[in-house]
Every structure is written in structure tokens, then in C-alpha cells.
Write a protein that binds this ligand. Structure first.
Ligand code: ATP
Length: 364
């Protein structure tokens, strides 16, 4: 097991800066996720940790050891690629044993280790099958077994579930987590899927344009996004530009041009800091915090009509059109089917002041 310490690493490809001045410390045994849209630098960062790329600037350390320019085969990392990169005409055994053969491990030891790891990924009965005769999910398990069999200090997973259908993805999420906990191995996971990131990670780093926007636990990232990019990328939210007006007792009062009214917000430390340090401000509120037709006085209440209702099974999404430019989505997790609002119904929405986060606009 190992920590991974990236200090001010930058990677440029000609005029493109794929990763810009990144500092990160990944703890021993942690399940750490790089999350962000396509092209934001996640894979490039992972490849610098694996040794496939060397940084243009900065250092990569495992524990205290400088690994910046150590070649991949000397790093003891196990990697799972998006397309698995298996040898299709070799058997499961041959694929998994490959890394041990390269390391000149004896035949007896190889047999034992391959058998053990295939039992762990529940594929021992397929040991002699050709990989091309396995399903996508089974191939994914072979790729995992191949990465784990070398007993790596760090496991690197690059969008490992993106080729699987939704049900199998869900199953493999649980499977990967179980293995990670069992092996207790430092794991770095690359994905653009926020649900994967939230459900699997101890901590998440959210990337955009080669820059790490925020590092935190799933609940920190979801509940306390540092800017509008993170708030929007990590879940549904209503984002509206606001300007600071005044502080009034326990409240901060802002103005929303879009709503044509003032917005009352709790004067939490984070909200105060956001408005004191930034000019370009946004309010963010999650759909599950929004209340429809509740009786909460006059502040933060806006009238509109229900423009769309979506039943998802576990919840109901209600879209309320306030004016030409603003539609607010409310998600009710407890509403039974008999209490849906009908499309076209006039309703009021209430935005609870303690549920509104004031955040700066992300810089590009
Ligand atoms: P994806 O999810 O699509 O794989 P990503 O977040 O992993 O995206 P990277 O693959 O790290 O993003 O790419 C970051 C940026 O660096 C992109 O603009 C990409 O075009 C560029 N880039 C990556 N690899 C190279 C390369 N070998 N040569 C030139 N540019 C590259």
C-alpha cells in the first residue's frame, strides 16, 4: 500500500495544457476518484501516476519515494483500462498470469496466485475459457484479476465500467468496492459519472479544463460545492446569478434579476465568505430542498405553473415555470403517485433560506 503525492504537476502536449499545476495527496488505502467531463485531464493525470506519461513539470511521489520518471513496469501499479486491453485469444488463466510471467514468478506460485484471485472475482470456473467467449462483465472481472494478481501498491482504474449496460455497471460498482475493501489497496478511479463517484469514493477530485476545482468527500462535494461548475456537475441544481444587497440580522439578502425579487439566505460562514471574496455570485439549491405549495410566509416564495411531471419510480420530478427564462425543478422523494401535481396547475415554490448556497462563478 502506498500514498500518492502529486505536487504542482503540469502536463502539456504542444500548446494544449492537459493538466495544470495539480496538487493532490491520496492517502493509503483510500478509494479516490477523478471526476470531470471529457477532456478535463483525468486520464492524463492517471497516466502520469502509472508512468505512461512523465509530467512536463512537478513531481509524482509514492510514499516519500520520487517516482516522477520511473518507468511503468517499475512502479508496481495495477491498471484496468476502459476497453480492458485483454488478449482475446488467450485463456482467462493466460491473461491473468501474464504479469507474473513477465516478473518471472515460478509456475507453482503463478498457479496458486491466479487461482486465488479468480476465486476473489468469482471467475474460478472460467479459468480455461478463452476471453473472447466471455460476457462484458466477465471480461471486466478478468481485467480486474489481472491488475490485482501482481499485488500492486496502487490500483488504477480508467472508466472501467463505461462499456457495460446500466444493470451490470451497478453490480460491478459493488463488486469493485468489495474487492477494494478486501485488499485494502490505494485505488484511483477515473470517471465522468457522478453517481459512480458519489457511491464509490472515500474522496473525489472534480476536474475541469485541466484544473482541480475541489477535493472532498462525496457529501462535502454535494452539499458544499465551491463553485457553479462543481454544483452542476455533481447533481441536479438550480443555479441563478445574484447580487449582494445587505445583511439583515441572521440573513444575507441578495437580488435575483431573473426572479425579479430578493433572495434571503442564511448567513453561514461559507455564504459570507463567498460574497465577501467574489463579485460574480450564483445561488445554488438542490431539487430535493425545494418545497411546492407550502406555507412559509412571504420571503423566497415564487409563483409559477407546473410545466412537466416525471415519475422515476423512487421519486417525482416536478418542473415549475416561473417566467420565460426560469424553470425550477423540485424532486420529491416521498410523494405517492396519488399526490402528483397536474401539468398546468398554478403553484408556489418556496426556496428555504438554509438550503441555499451562495457560490462564486467558476473561473476558466
Ligand atoms: P476523457 O474522459 O474523454 O478520456 P479526460 O478527462 O480523461 O477525457 P484527457 O484524456 O486527460 O481527458 O485529455 C485532456 C486534454 O489533453 C484534452 O484536451 C486532450 O485532447 C489532450 N490530450 C490528451 N492526450 C494527448 C496526447 N497524447 N496528445 C495531445 N493531446 C492530448
Amino acid at each position: 500500500m502506498s500514498t500518492v503525492n502529486l505536487s504542482t504537476i503540469t502536463k502539456s502536449f504542444g500548446s494544449v495544457t492537459a493538466v495544470n499545476d495539480l496538487d493532490l495527496l491520496i492517502e493509503e488505502g483510500e478509494f479516490f476518484t477523478f471526476l470531470g467531463p471529457s477532456g478535463c485531464g483525468k486520464t492524463t493525470t492517471l497516466r502520469m501516476i502509472a508512468g505512461f506519461y512523465y509530467p512536463t513539470k512537478g513531481k509524482v511521489k509514492f510514499n516519500e519515494k520520487d517516482m516522477t520518471t520511473v518507468p511503468p513496469e517499475k512502479r508496481n501499479t495495477g491498471m484496468v483500462f476502459q476497453n480492458y486491453a485483454l488478449f482475446p485469444h488467450m485463456t482467462v488463466f493466460e491473461n491473468v498470469a501474464f504479469g507474473l510471467k513477465v516478473r518471472k514468478i515460478s509456475k507453482t506460485e503463478t498457479k496458486k496466485r491466479v487461482g486465488d484471485v479468480l476465486r476473489k472475482v468469482r471467475l474460478d470456473q472460467y479459468i480455461d475459457r478463452q476471453v473472447s467467449q466471455l460476457s462484458g462483465g466477465q471480461q471486466q472481472r478478468v481485467a480486474l484479476a489481472r491488475a490485482l494478481v501482481i499485488e500492486p501498491d496502487i490500483l488504477l482504474l480508467d472508466e472501467p465500467l463505461s462499456n457495460l449496460d446500466a444493470r451490470l455497471r451497478d453490480e460491478m460498482r459493488t463488486e469493485i468496492l468489495r474487492l477494494q475493501r478486501e485488499y485494502g489497496i490505494t485505488t484511483i478511479y477515473v470517471t465522468h459519472d457522478q453517481v459512480e463517484a458519489l457511491t464509490m469514493s472515500d474522496r473525489i477530485a472534480v476536474f475541469n479544463f485541466g484544473v482541480c476545482q475541489q477535493v472532498g468527500t462525496p457529501t462535502e462535494i454535494y452539499n458544499k460545492p465551491v463553485n457553479d461548475f462543481v454544483a452542476e456537475f455533481i447533481g441536479e441544481t438550480t443555479l441563478l446569478p445574484i447580487t449582494y444587497e445587505k445583511t439583515f440580522g441572521e440573513k444575507l439578502i441578495f437580488h435575483s434579476d431573473g426572479l425579479g425579487d430578493s433572495i434571503h439566505v442564511s448567513n453561514t460562514e461559507l455564504n459570507i465568505a463567498a460574497h465577501e471574496e467574489n463579485d460574480d455570485l450564483i445561488m445554488s439549491i438542490r431539487p430535493e430542498a425545494i418545497q411546492i405549495d407550502s406555507n412559509h410566509g412571504e420571503n423566497n416564495v415564487f409563483n409559477g405553473y407546473v410545466s412537466l411531471v416525471q415519475f422515476t419510480g423512487a421519486s417525482v420530478h416536478t418542473y415549475i415555470k416561473i417566467n420565460e427564462d426560469i424553470t425550477i425543478r423540485a424532486t420529491d422523494l416521498n410523494r405517492g403517485p396519488s399526490t402528483y401535481f397536474k401539468e398546468g396547475t398554478e403553484v408556489s415554490v418556496y426556496l428555504p433560506e438554509d438550503q441555499i448556497r451562495v457560490i462564486p462563478k467558476a473561473r476558466e
